[in-house]
Design a protein around this ligand. Sequence first.
Ligand code: ATP
Length: 527
Amino acid sequence: MANLVTNVAAAVEEHGDNTAIGFRGEETSYDEFWAQTGAFATALNERGIGVDDRIALYLPNVPPFLIAFHGTLRAGGVVVPMNPQYKSREISHLLGDSEARVVVTLSDLVPFVTAVQDETSVEHVVSIDGEAEGATTFEAFLERGEPDIVDRADDDVAVQPYTSGTTGQPKGVQLTHENLASNATAAAKLVPDGIRSDDRQLGVLPLFHIYGMTVTMNAALFNGAAYYPMADWDAQDAVSLVESEELTVFHGVPAMYNDVINQPNADEFDFSSVRLCGVGGSGIPTEVLRQFEDRYEPMVYEGYGLTETSPITHFNSPIDGRRVGSIGKTVPGVDSKVVNDEFEDVSPVEEGPVDEDEADLTEIIGEIVVSGPNVMKGYYGLPEANEKAFTEAAGTTWFHTGDVGYHDEDGFFYVVDREKHMIVTGGYNVYPREVEELLFEHEAVADAAVAGIPDDRRGETVKAFVVPTPDADVTDDELREYCLTNLAEYKHPREIEFVEELPRTTTGKVQKFKLREREETAEAETN
Ligand code: ATP
């Protein structure tokens, strides 16, 4: 197999005049984009940097990210994307571990790199937006040239993103050319016509994260479509961009959909140009999905995956007949199943969709495991973590997702929650997502998260953190009562706290560890 970037080369060949990137009113054609990636690859070559060398992209969603990403691949290098919200302390681990030789970043972020540069292998710091002490400007770094694409083997690493580190040090996830190419091919088959060369795709999902990188950027660039990067999420700006550029594909995490429907002028938004909406990264509350679809035309298709799986393993495809609340079926070429602690298959109990109210979910839920050409080569330099992440069974290597779920007879999968989010209260297991789904159905709730907090008697107790809607008139007692009426007694939140907003990662996930930490600090202060 060839280098992943040949997919872009093919799009350039066929659609050279098409817009590849639209950013702040400026458009870059495929031909121009290809020349820019050539200049970046030549710049690396001229400095003796190439095959297997790591190039860190410490950038928000701006055009140079795309140029440096595909320029690096073209030169045979490995991209290490880094969250631009990180500071010196966080990037020093990523730069040290990956042995990156080049960092491409913003002038404002250069000091965070130079502060730790001595402890790393970084030789070149490149600032994309003007001069900064200790950095070369992007323009000065680039060299004119049209280098060949360096051939790579299937198993060679193309991108090495890092996990967010909520459970220890971030781990480098080695994704090969085959991992990423196979997933792009599988993803293209999931929607009618795939992504087309006349599509215009919103690029607001962070590019340092696998969802934005592959499902929005690469899906567009591999198919001759236009990609519209947005450096920061803002619901009003995103919808304005959809309207003014008549975007056709909208991908977001659940928090973005929730944000859109909660805008004061949400009724005026026009999504009529959009033909496809995708959501993933965490489970979208059914109520948020329903409200978005009731208001605007396009249906929202939910996908599921992980950084380690490049990312999509399941998709609620229009082709298969969508089931709301499900993450859909396993995508073509990928295999998945639900296993118990003994690694035995946990089978569905009956034909058709599982009726959650009727079925005893404890009998059919287990951990979702997956195998396929999209599953990472392994964590970088971490044999112990790899040992835990994989199980060999009957000649197949299965990857443990850490997610609890089940599937029905028709092959639709459902995610109950992340294993590590499960609350054990008085001997009972509670999955926060079930309680959150119920809270979202209450008209006074704009956002909600449920976590287990330490409790002397029960071990943990269920606590809900609720962002009320602006005109809400509800007390914590009323919300507690509402949960008690709709849930088994042990699941209802014994404590409810109203908050202004929830701590989230850049990819929209609630940082539950922060909620728990806050709780522990508050408790320590009262004792
Ligand atoms: P870390 O693993 O370090 O905590 P992270 O959460 O940012 O980092 P990702 O690879 O982005 O890592 O997250 C993958 C996880 O996101 C899945 O294991 C699952 O828990 C969750 N997820 C993704 N899509 C969905 C979905 N459609 N429904 C429910 N959960 C989802």
